[in-house]
Design a protein around this ligand. Structure first.
Ligand SMILES: NC(=O)c1ccc[n+]([C@@H]2O[C@H](COP(=O)([O-])OP(=O)(O)OC[C@H]3O[C@@H](n4cnc5c(N)ncnc54)[C@H](O)[C@@H]3O)[C@@H](O)[C@H]2O)c1
Length: 349
């Protein structure tokens, strides 16, 4: 039986939006693809590679277009996320929004209410959940293979060029822009336990000179069932294969443990021109001929599928809000040099 096709819009076709657009272009569940991008060269490039039905600099065209069912919002800076998502949801579109969900918990709450009231799919781009290694950790907890979770650690480092790209457009910390993926991942694994206490430290030695930003943050979270975990995120690695990312995961349970090497050093390319490189090592992944290496294509397909077949989204906006509360607490803790209890009590957040 043929499935109904949907029409999709993408707002912002830079790095991630470009991956979203190319993944959508190949998807048989999509009839029309529409793209909006304010950089004319990039708009032309992505329009050409995807065969988009329309390509415009005005994202409002996508918001107002009556036949577009679902929208991916992949624009930067992150100040665009809340207003664009709000406009799309109010226009009755299902929304996939890159993290962060918003800049304040109040904005996130508003988006969640609109989506729920209108029964629209609304999800946030926590792509790592769509990586097989991460999904395997979740599965081993769910089916009892490692028993009850006891503790966890995730350490992630990305290149300085990426750290500069992010901090050059918005004043958001490594906790909110990088550790956010791993906070989401571990909270997902440990659910339904909830975080109750956050202690974080930030280090400022390198980036502070140029962009007044922290180099890394180390965050300790205590859950309401006594489990504790640590997430460390840094963005000052020297240049690597464009946007090199390296991660180490430990998930220790009462009956077993998982040690996951996601350090992206398993493929080594060595050339006279560039020396040693580690291909396929960015966080979202990349196209390799006829296949996609990485999590972002799977994540994109999942959302299209959820809309077309009316299935639930894997990442709920309520979970994204919980992650946001944890990284706001981490920023506060690092600033005050003391632990912060959750839920956060004091406005304005
Ligand atoms: N899930 C992941 O692994 C992952 C990885 C990197 C970034 N991200 C998130 O994805 C988002 C996009 O990041 P990126 O690295 O692709 O950024 P990017 O800067 O490469 O792309 C953003 C694009 O949005 C365009 N844009 C800005 N304003 C616009 C507007 N009004 N209308 C249309 N287009 C507009 C820009 O011209 C740019 O091309 C960020 O918010 C980031 O947090 C997620």
């Amino acid at each position: 039986m043929a499935l109904d096709q949907i029409n999709v819009g993408i707002i912002g076709t830079g790095w991630c939006g470009g991956i979203r657009a190319n993944s959508c272009a190949d998807n048989p569940l999509i009839d029309q693809l529409h793209i909006a991008e304010i950089n004319p060269q990039r708009l032309e490039e992505v329009a050409k590679s995807t065969g988009a039905v329309s390509a415009t600099a005005e994202y409002e065209y996508i918001v107002k277009h009556g036949d577009i069912d679902a929208v991916f919002i992949s624009a930067t800076p992150e100040t665009t996320h809340y207003p664009m998502a709000k406009e799309c949801l109010l226009a009755g579109k299902h929304v996939f929004l890159e993290k962060p969900i918003a800049l304040t918990l109040g904005e996130a709450d508003e988006l969640i209410v609109i989506a729920n009231q209108r029964k629209l799919k609304f999800t946030i781009g926590y792509s790592q959940r769509f990586s097989p290694k991460y999904a395997y950790v979740k599965k081993c907890i769910e089916n009892g293979t490692i028993g009850e979770p006891v503790s966890a650690l995730v350490s992630r480092h990305i290149t300085r060029s990426l750290g500069k790209k992010i901090t050059g457009r918005i004043k958001l910390s490594p906790a909110s822009m990088e550790a956010t993926h791993d906070l989401d991942f571990v909270l997902w694994c440990l659910a339904p336990a909830r975080p109750i206490r956050v202690y974080a430290q930030a280090v400022e030695k390198v980036m502070v000179k140029e962009v007044n930003a922290s180099d890394c943050m180390w965050i300790t979270i205590t859950m309401d069932n006594g489990v504790a975990f640590v997430v460390g995120a840094g963005w000052i690695l020297p240049p690597g294969y464009p946007n090199f990312s390296t991660t180490w995961i430990e998930m220790v349970g009462s009956e077993g443990a998982l040690l996951v090497d996601d350090s992206h050093k398993d493929v080594t390319l060595n050339t006279m021109k560039d020396g040693i490189q580690f291909p396929l090592s960015s966080m979202p992944g990349e196209s390799v001929g006829h296949v996609f290496s990485g999590a972002m294509a799977n994540e994109t397909i999942h959302f299209v599928d959820a809309v077309a077949r009316d299935r639930p989204v894997l990442v709920t906006p309520e979970e994204a809000r919980q992650v946001m509360e944890v990284y706001i607490a981490a920023d506060l803790s690092a600033e005050r040099n003391e632990p912060v209890r959750l839920p956060l009590q004091e406005p304005p957040f």
